[in-house]
Design a protein around this ligand. Structure first.
Ligand code: AMP
Length: 450
């Protein structure tokens, strides 16, 4: 299917073409024609599926007709976080470049004077986080009676973050005759109940997260001990063996995010944490530092990382095997984007067999096994070679050790030195690769002594 089959205007199609998209994603194929007819939509889709363009593209065409009145936005998009709101605003700018739509953002960290000037002149699109919007509504700076299209995005995340009472309040302030688009990655009963009250005869659209990871992501699965201290040591060895530019490290539980982050920082890594218990400003700061390259490793939970679009991520490490197979695809899909190469490693210990199997069923292939030498781990799920404790072979591309002289930046060398000093007596494991390693793994590994 082509974008031109969806009923969008030629101006929007030109903007889409300039963005380099050749084919609409499944959520776009389903949502765009329905939104254009004015019908409500209940969309079950995660970020990464192209959901944002799924609602912004048709909104641009709908809003092309008509004029905005002072302080009365014609459409309202609610986002759980400032960074997601900013991403949606960028989408409107990209796809709306051939239209004259005005837009304002009511989120933390944006100069309000300027946004109020815009609101006073009248905006077609208002993008806001719920708390900020209520605050300004109560001060009489914005009126919601003119909203004709309401988007509630990432509803489950809003609920996780405790925003639902605010969202309900806002929905009650918006004119009842409107089009409502409601998106959530998951649809637990509480979200379904809200959707029923917010929406009128919605078209339900559901897209599964992509079941096959990008071919540009090299994957590896390492067997490690389930003892937390040993597991953390294995992760450190693995990270050191790789040329990590920037990496996301996923944990299944929030409390483990903190523990792992502290441990990595203690061992000299430039790390930060991102989880749902942090307040918005802490999260923004951590994320900005990561985006600016001030820190290279972000330890995070699935919920906190959802919707975060980081360009050029070199690695993903699953400190825990995700218990939902779809999360595996979603996590490792953070790297290898836009045709770039990425590497994704998963640490598995005894008890993880069933999760590994369900991931492999979903992706339709076995994740190549890699060994971390010196890490004494139970084989998971199947008979396999014992991890080899390798001495330094003279010309073995596949051998990587924590002490290998890799090409490194000054900062990296300094960090490595600091790291070695700290762990000199720590019996640090040394990473190597097992016999299972397929050809594509050995190609990219750093050559020892280079
Ligand atoms: P989203 O799920 O809206 O966060 O979008 C995820 C990423 O996919 C963003 O970086 C978009 O720029 C990109 N994207 C959206 N639609 C398409 C498309 N039809 N083709 C290729 N990339 C797209």
């Amino acid at each position: 299917m082509n974008f031109s089959d969806l009923g969008l205007s030629s101006e929007v199609l030109d903007a889409v073409k300039d963005a380099g998209y050749t084919e609409p994603t499944p959520i776009q194929q389903q949502a765009i024609p329905v939104v254009l007819t004015g019908r409500d939509v209940l969309g079950m889709a995660q970020t990464g599926t192209g959901k944002t363009a799924g609602f912004t593209l048709p909104m641009i065409d709908i809003l092309a007709e008509g004029r905005a009145k002072a302080r009365m936005p014609r459409s309202l998009i609610l986002e759980p976080t400032r960074e997601l709101a900013a991403q949606v605003a960028e989408n409107f700018e990209t796809y709306g470049k051939n239209h004259k739509l005005s837009m304002a953002l009511l989120i933390g960290g944006v100069s309000f004077d300027e946004q109020f000037k815009k609101l006073d002149r009248g905006v077609d699109v208002l993008i806001a986080t719920p708390g900020r919007l209520i605050d300004h509504f109560e001060r009489g700076r914005v009126m919601l009676g003119g909203v004709k299209i309401l988007v509630v995005d990432e509803a489950d995340r809003m609920m996780d973050m405790g925003f639902m009472p605010d969202v309900e309040k806002i929905v009650n302030m918006v004119a009842p005759i409107r089009q409502t688009l409601f998106f959530s990655a998951t649809m637990p009963p509480e979200i379904r109940r809200l959707a029923d009250t917010f929406l009128s005869n919605p078209k339900e659209i559901s897209v599964a997260p992509p079941a096959s990871p990008a071919a540009t992501v090299a994957q590896g699965l390492a067997s490690v001990s389930h003892v937390p201290k040993e597991k953390r040591a294995a992760l450190r060895a693995l990270i050191r063996s790789e040329e990590v530019g920037n990496a996301l490290v996923f944990c299944n539980r929030k409390r483990d995010v903190n523990t792992l982050y502290r441990s990595l920082a203690k061992h000299g890594f430039d790390a930060a944490a991102l989880h749902g218990d942090m307040d918005q400003s802490q999260r923004m700061e951590a994320l900005q530092n990561f985006k600016d390259g001030k820190i290279s490793i972000m330890v995070c939970s699935d919920v906190a990382a959802r919707g975060i679009d980081i360009q050029g991520l070199s690695h993903v490490f699953n400190f825990d095997v995700p218990t939902h197979a779809e999360d595996y695809v979603h996590r490792i899909g953070r790297t290898g984007r836009a045709g770039q190469k990425g590497r994704a490693f998963t640490l598995a210990s005894s008890g993880d067999e069933k999760y590994v199997q369900s991931i492999q069923r979903l992706i339709g292939k076995e994740i190549p096994r890699v060994d971390i030498d010196g890490v004494d781990a139970a084989a998971i799920g199947e008979a396999r070679d014992k991890p080899r404790r390798r001495k330094k072979p003279a010309s073995d591309k596949a051998a990587v050790t924590a002490d290998s002289e890799k090409p490194a930046s000054g900062r990296r060398k300094k960090r490595d030195r600091k790291e070695r000093d700290k762990t000199a007596n720590d019996n640090e494991p040394v990473v190597g690769w097992g016999n299972h390693m397929p050809a594509f793994f050995s190609i990219e590994l750093p050559i020892e002594g280079k």
